[in-house]
Design a protein around this ligand. Structure first.
Ligand code: PLP
Length: 446
C-alpha cells in the first residue's frame, strides 16, 4: 500500500466523490479514513473520532465484527464468485434468501431477488411492479407515486421517484409518469399543520387526489420510506403508513416500502414497516444487510406478487432483469453472518433505548442553542435542522454547517451534513456513554 503522503497529495484528484462538486472537493479535500475499531474511525492524521454517521447508515455492528470478517474470508477461500443467473445458484444465496423470508415473515415477504445495493433494489422493485401488471393484463399501470423529500437512490427509475430536486435536476428528463405528493413533515409542510394526525390525513388526501387525477388504473405502485432518511429523518405520524396501505388496497396499487435504511433495527423495530404495522408488497433492503462489509442488497417480494409471477401463463412472466453480482456468494456469506450477529445482539432493543437517550440530549441542545430549529428522529436515526432564525425557519448557510461539523470533529465526533441538516445514524451497538459523547461533540460544534 502507498504511504500516507501519497493519499494526502492525491486526495480528491483522480477520484470524483458522490454527491459533491469535484472542484469543491479539490479546494477542500475530504478527510481520509484509514482505520475503524468498534464505533470509532481513525483518519490519516491519526485522529480517532466516534462515528455518529455509522459509515452511511449501514455499519450497525461497528467496525470489528469478527464473525462477518471470518465469513467473508471463508467464502473467498471456498468460492469467491459464481453467477446467480438462471442455471446456477450458490449455497450462501439460497441460505440467505431463506433467512430473509424467515426474518421478514411478519411483513409477509416470501421471495428474495438479490442486488448489489440500495439503488439496484429500488430499480428492481419498480421494474417488477410494472411487470406484475403486464402479467395481470393491466399493462396501462405504469406510473409511480412517491413522497416529496423521499430518497430512493440514483438510478434513473429511483431518481424519478426521488422527491428532492438536488438528485433530479441535473439528470432530467427522468422517467415519465412519476408523481409526488407532500411528505407528512410536521416542521415544514404546505398546510402549516403541526398536529400529526391531521397532517397524516391531509397528506393521505393529497395521495387520493393524485390517484383520482391520474386514474388508479394507470398507477403501478406507490413507493415510500417508512421513515424518510436522507430527506432529513422525517418520521411520519404512526397513522400515515397504514393510511397509505389502505389507499393502495382500495385502488389496487402496489406498495413498495423502501427500507434500505430502516431495515434491521435502525428505528428500534426490525423494519420500518413493522414499526407501523404495515405489510407492503415489496421491500427494498441493502446497507445493514452486511453492515457495510460487502456491497449487497435485495428486493423482497410479498405473497400476492409472488403468486402472480409463479402462476403466470402469459409471455410476461420471465424476469428479464438482474445483476452480475445478484446473489454474490461472498456478499451473501457476509449477510448471513451480519444477520446472525444482529439477531444475537438484539441491536433493535439497544437502538430503541439509546434512541430515547439521544432524543433527550438533542432536545436539550435545542433548548441551549438558538441555531437548532428542529430535532427529530426515532431509534438511532435523528436529524437536527439548523436555522438562522427560528420564526422564519431560514436555513443556515453552508459555511455555518461546515463550522458545526468541524467543531464536532475537533471534539471527537464525526457528523454528516446534508443541506442545513445534521444527520445522525450511529452504529446500533453504541453505549449510553457514546450517546453522551455524541451530544458533547454536537454541543461543541454548535
Ligand atoms: N433507498 C434509500 C431509502 C436510501 O437511503 C438509499 C441510500 O441511502 C438508497 C435507496 C440507495 O442505496 P445505495 O446508495 O446503496 O444505492
Amino acid at each position: 500500500m502507498r504511504d500516507t503522503n501519497f493519499f494526502a497529495e492525491n486526495n480528491a484528484k483522480p477520484i470524483w466523490h458522490p454527491m459533491a462538486h469535484p472542484a469543491e472537493m479539490r479546494a477542500s479535500p475530504p478527510k481520509v479514513i484509514m482505520k475503524g475499531e468498534g464505533v470509532h474511525v481513525t483518519d490519516i492524521e491519526g485522529r480517532t473520532v466516534l462515528d455518529a454517521v455509522g459509515g452511511l447508515w449501514n455499519v450497525n455492528l461497528g467496525y470489528n465484527c469478527d464473525p462477518i470478517k471470518q465469513a467473508i474470508a471463508a467464502q473467498l477461500d471456498a468460492l469467491p464468485y459464481y453467477s446467480g443467473f438462471r442455471g446456477t445458484s450458490t449455497g450462501p444465496s439460497i441460505e440467505l434468501a431463506y433467512e430473509l423470508s424467515q426474518w421478514f415473515a411478519p411483513e409477509g415477504m416470501v421471495r428474495t431477488f438479490f442486488t448489489s445495493g440500495g439503488s439496484d433494489s429500488v430499480e428492481t422493485a419498480l421494474r417488477l411492479a410494472r411487470q406484475h401488471w403486464k402479467i395481470r393484463g393491466q399493462g396501462d399501470r405504469t406510473k409511480f407515486l412517491a413522497l416529496k423529500k423521499g430518497y430512493h437512490g440514483t438510478h434513473f427509475g429511483g431518481a424519478s421517484v426521488n422527491g428532492n430536486a438536488n438528485f433530479r435536476r441535473n439528470y432530467e428528463p427522468l422517467l415519465p409518469g412519476c408523481f409526488h405528493t407532500p411528505a407528512p413533515w410536521a416542521y415544514r409542510n404546505p398546510y402549516d399543520e403541526t398536529d400529526p394526525v391531521r397532517l397524516a390525513k391531509l397528506c393521505a388526501r393529497a395521495i387520493e387526489d393524485e390517484i383520482a387525477f391520474q386514474g388508479a388504473d394507470t398507477i403501478a405502485a406507490f413507493i415510500m420510506e417508512p421513515v424518510l432518511g436522507a430527506g432529513g429523518v422525517i418520521v411520519p405520524p404512526e397513522t400515515f403508513m397504514p393510511l397509505v396501505r389502505e389507499i393502495c388496497d382500495r385502488h389496487d396499487i402496489l406498495l413498495i416500502a423502501d427500507e434500505v435504511v430502516t431495515a434491521f433495527g435502525r428505528t428500534g423495530a426490525w423494519s420500518g414497516s413493522r414499526l407501523w404495522n404495515v405489510k407492503p408488497d415489496f421491500m427494498t433492503i441493502a446497507k445493514a444487510i452486511t453492515c457495510g462489509y460487502f456491497p449487497l442488497g435485495a428486493t423482497l417480494i410479498g405473497q400476492k406478487v409472488a403468486d402472480v409471477f409463479e402462476a403466470d401463463k402469459t409471455s410476461f412472466g420471465a424476469i428479464g432483469h438482474g445483476y452480475t453480482y445478484s446473489g454474490h456468494p461472498v456478499g451473501c456469506a457476509a449477510g448471513l453472518a451480519a444477520l446472525a450477529e444482529t439477531k444475537r445482539l438484539g441491536v433493535n432493543e439497544n437502538a430503541a433505548a439509546r434512541g430515547v437517550e439521544l432524543s433527550k440530549a438533542l432536545e436539550a441542545l435545542k433548548t441551549k442553542h438558538a441555531l437548532v430549529g428542529d430535532v427529530r428522529g426515532t431509534g438511532l436515526m435523528a436529524a437536527l435542522e439548523l436555522v438562522s432564525d427560528r420564526a422564519s425557519k431560514k436555513p443556515v448557510d453552508k459555511k455555518t454547517m461546515a463550522k458545526v461539523a468541524d467543531g464536532a470533529y475537533e471534539a471527537g465526533v464525526m457528523l454528516r451534513v446534508s443541506g442545513n441538516m445534521i444527520i445522525l445514524s450511529p452504529p446500533l451497538v453504541i453505549t449510553a456513554a457514546d450517546v453522551a459523547k455524541i451530544a458533547e461533540g454536537l454541543d461543541a460544534g454548535l
